[in-house]
Design a protein around this ligand. Structure first.
Ligand code: SF4
Length: 220
């Protein structure tokens, strides 16, 4: 109903069930934003070790191998949106919460600190379901989990828009492409490719934009 559930919407856990039902009759977005003006979280931990393309009980796990910590719930939700290939503007309650002064949705201005980043190239668990299908559009060589997971989310957004089709050349990703040339890739490791999206790892939302322009449109 709201595209994503993270810090702002999770605050519904603090209200009684009758109020939760009332939130739904009020259209969810406005009450969620206002709730966060009275019960604001100042430290949020997001388990992003292994999410899912759809929802927490779903059958399409995406390994990201990271835990995110935020001091701003609006920034948290905006970042999570972009990590899943969405724009924060697509989620009304995020923008409303920003307007109400709960926090900032501007991830470009965020101060990020990376600790113990998983840049290992160890073998990943086998992919299943939709993730496996989306991965067939990639050429992955020693990709870090967060980088590859972001690409899977980006491909899922393109799939939703009906933009994935047979015949598209694979999108290169991973440390195995460092210093190598090629057609199209995402992440700093593919910097020598003709078309490459900078970032280590790049955000899924940026991948969506880049792949639409440089990959899908060029092979129509
Ligand atoms: S660009 Fe960075 S995150 Fe992506 S595979 Fe290379 S080292 Fe890993």
């Amino acid at each position: 109903q709201t595209l994503i559930t993270c810090a702002l919407k999770n605050n519904k856990g603090l209200i009684p069930n009758a109020e939760k039902r009332r939130f739904h009759t009020l259209g969810l977005h406005r009450p969620i934003a206002h709730l966060n003006t009275v019960v604001r979280n100042d430290f949020i931990l997001v388990d992003n070790i292994c999410g899912d393309l759809d929802f927490e009980e779903g059958g399409n796990p995406v390994v990201m191998n990271r835990i995110l910590a935020f001091r701003d719930p609006v920034l948290c939700d905006a970042f999570v949106c972009e990590s899943m290939g969405h724009k924060p503007e697509e989620v009304d309650y995020i923008m409303l919460a920003q307007q109400l002064g709960v926090g900032s949705a501007d991830t470009a201005k965020a101060h990020m600190v990376y600790l113990n980043e998983d840049l290992s190239t160890k073998k990943k668990p086998p992919m299943t379901g939709r993730v496996k299908k989306l991965a067939s559009y990639t050429d992955s060589q020693d990709a870090c989990s967060a980088c590859f997971g972001s690409l899977i989310y980006a491909l899922d957004r393109l799939q939703e828009r009906g933009e994935l089709k047979k015949g598209l050349p694979p999108v290169a990703i991973g440390q195995g492409f460092r210093g190598k040339t090629g057609d199209i890739g995402v992440g700093h490791c593919t910097a020598c490719f003709s078309k490459s999206l900078e970032g280590c790892p790049p955000k899924a939302a940026d991948m969506v934009e880049f792949l639409e322009k440089e990959w899908v449109c060029k092979h129509m």
